[in-house]
Design a protein around this ligand. Structure first.
Ligand SMILES: [Zn+2]
Length: 167
């Protein structure tokens, strides 16, 4: 059983190491992460969120319901054009145990390269919602959370809610 790591857990701040070998354990973990993501109505989950500091993640494009399992994902291009979208995270919960949301500005589209669950090299240009999700999830692999993009006051207000939730 995987356990969700919550904001405040230092494992979420670690830089994850590349996967050198796609083991059955990693594939099983990704399957469990997909299950967990669906159960919690999320659209993405990165390995450190379940306590594993390796570079892999799962995500779903909510428009097509396509699920991606990405190993060693890398964003190789970010558009100059940016947009604001509301983000939440399964590791950043409020007092009701549900994610807290905040607007974040990020590049509108990105090019992503990754290795899929069969060891195949993949790449895609993503824009809009999937671009947003893949940026949020790859950030997790570098120990970055969406709250890091918020201005001081906004972040403080959000963290007050989050911290109360964890007591
Ligand atoms: Zn997250």
């Amino acid at each position: 059983m995987l356990q969700m790591k919550l904001c405040g857990d230092l494992i979420l701040r670690e830089k994850c190491s590349p996967v050198s070998d796609i083991t059955p354990a990693i594939l099983n973990t990704m399957d469990e992460m997909v299950k967990m993501m669906h159960e919690q109505n999320g659209v993405g989950l990165a390995a450190p969120q379940v306590g594993i500091t390796q570079r892999f993640l799962v995500m779903m494009d909510p428009e097509t319901n396509v699920v991606y399992r990405m190993i060693n994902p890398e964003i190789v291009f970010k558009s100059d054009e940016t947009c604001v979208m509301e983000e939440g995270c399964l590791s950043v919960l409020g007092p009701d145990g549900l994610p807290v949301y905040s607007n974040v500005r990020r590049p509108e589209s990105v090019d992503v390269k990754w290795t899929d669950e069969n060891g195949k090299e993949m790449s895609a240009r993503m824009s809009g919602v999937p671009a947003r999700i893949v940026q949020h999830e790859t950030d997790h692999l570098d120990g970055v959370l969406f709250i890091d993009y918020l201005s001081g006051v906004k972040r403080e207000m959000l963290m007050r809610k989050v911290n109360r939730g964890h007591k």
